[in-house]
Every structure is written in C-alpha cells, then in structure tokens.
Design a binder for this molecule. Sequence first.
Ligand code: MRU
Length: 357
Amino acid sequence: MTVSMEKIPHPRSVIWRDDRLLLLDQRRLPTETIYLELTTPEEVREAIVKLAVRGAPAIGTAAAFGMYLGVKDIPDADAGRFWSTLRRVGENLRSARPTAVNLAWALERIRRRLETLKEHPVSELKAALLAEAHAIQREDADMCRKIGEHLLTLLEDGMGVLTHCNAGGLATAAYGTALAPLYLAKERGWHLRVFADETRPVLQGARLTAYELQQAGIDVTLICDNMAAPVMQKGWVQAVIVGTDRVAANGDVANKIGTYGLAVLAKAHGIPFYVAAPTSSIDLQTPTGSDIPIEERPAEEVTRGFGSVTAPEGVRVYNPAFDVTPAELVTAIITEHGVIRQPFGPGLQEAVQRSQG
Ligand code: MRU
C-alpha cells in the first residue's frame, strides 16, 4: 500500500526539494519546527552525528540523499571521479553512527544498484542514485504502515502500551515502526493509552514521542525512565513496543539505551515485549548482539543536558547510546512481512529473503 503523505499527522523529518536536503532539526523539537537546508554530504554527516536527524530509518534515508549531494555536480566526462567520490562519500557517511545498520544498508543498496549500471553515462548513474534514494524513502513509509498493521493484530482496544525513545514518524519516512500501530489504532477509532519513557540522556521520548503522539491526538502520558516499573506494577501496561537500530541474526536487539532494562521489567511483570523492525534493520551478517558495535556519545549529553550543568566538572561518564536486549526476552519481532516468534533465526532469514524479492 502506498502511504499518502498528506494524511501523516507529524512534520516529515527528511524532505528532498530543489536539489537540497531539508532535514527537520529534531534537536529543536518540541518548541521549534525548523528545517536545515543541506547541500553537501559533509553537512549531512554532521547532521547525523549531532542528532539533527536521528532514528535508524531516517538516517539511512538522509545518507542516501547525502550520497547524491556528493556526486550531483560531477560532469558526464568524469566517470572515474564519479566512482571514486561515491566510495569516499559512502565511507564517510557510513561512519557517522555505527549502531544503526539502516545507514550501511541504504548505502550498500545504492552501491549495488549502481554496480548494475556500471558502463552507463554519469548522468544516468546520478539519476539512478537519486531515484534509489527516493525509493528507499517511499518503501520505508510502506514498511512502517505494514509493520503497524501486523502489530495491531497483537493489540486490543483499551490496552496500555509503553514505548521508549522515538521510533515514530520522526524517525522514519512516515508513521514510525513502534508507533505505527498507535496511529492505525487511532484511525480505526480505538483508544490506546500510551506511556512514553522520557529516554535519558537526550530525551527523544519526551521531546519527540510525546510531541508527535500529542499532535496526533493520541492519549500519551510522559513518564521518567525510572517510572516504568511502578507503571507496570499498577497494571497499566499490556504491551511494550520499541523500535530497533539493528537486529542480529539470532534475534538479539540493539535499541536505545534503557530498552534492555524495560525488557527485563516486562518479563518480571508478564507483559509481552515487542520489537518493531523493518527488514532494513535486520543484519544477518552480525551473528549475535555482542557483535553489534555500540555507539558511545559525548559525556556532555549527561553532564550538561540542554545547557544546564547537571554533574560536577570532570566527572567520569559512561554514555552508551544503545544497549542489547537478548532474544530470549523478546516476545516477537514484527517486520513488514509479519510477526516472527522464537526461535527468531529462521523467521528473520525468511523476512530478509522476501524483502530482496
Ligand atoms: O539515538 P537515536 O535517537 O537515533 O535512537 C533511535 C532509536 O533507538 C530508535 O528506537 C531506533 O532507531 C528505531 S527508529 C524507527
């Protein structure tokens, strides 16, 4: 199904317009809706590193357009320069954030597509690259909608749902992954009560998830991360739904730091723990979660949250951006192709095969 962008209730995070990449600066939300206008791949890399654009699928899409920005002015006669620039720009963008596999996935997809056109003129290669970037974005929106439909089969009207970080429309082309069923439930007239973890240290839950759900008129209650346990204990949560930055071949799941703790809590309270994962986030080359590179971010995110000094000068800080939830704590992984249950290996393989046609 093709998603109608007009119906999407949140601002789009990645827009291609007039040979420029417009990125909604997610650092400024929820107070300001400002788009950065980027014209070079270096600017795109910086926007990814600094979290102006974030969320695994959105950074993959942004990097795809970033690739095009890197080669768009190369003249037709310069095929050698086209290919060497493509390699250099690709490596540079790929290194922007290591955990989200969607970044490498998008760049690899572009490389493979262009390899099939190897002898074609540079102008055709450039057109094909841009078309592929648009296809990545369009297909992401479709995948999200399908993930939402599959997830909805696991939910019922009236349930409480807890989510972490932002795996919503702002993190994708549309609807999000973990938040997609909430939008679809709303379209169907269901009432779900959503608890959004604030998500320390950079508050994607408070600034982004609470914002986009509130904009859509969905019943959302913001909680601090350390409030998830009592909220579950009170019986207010019937499902935890999170997104992912990378699913290893065995079903271990990397996602925003704090996700693993939530999975442990969910198990302790007998609550199903669902991971929404487009096949672009599944990495069959990575056997287990311990092989997933975990990004560590600057100490200032913890000690100087949003400008205030919140820790003594010079204190040692450990600030991993992601953690790994072992597969045995995951009730189901939901891709655009359906619901996968344990053991995850065969189902993940099948989903990836189906996505490759
Ligand atoms: O550091 P972020 O904000 O990029 O982390 C985002 C997440 O952890 C999301 O849950 C994940 O990328 C999935 S987004 C559909």
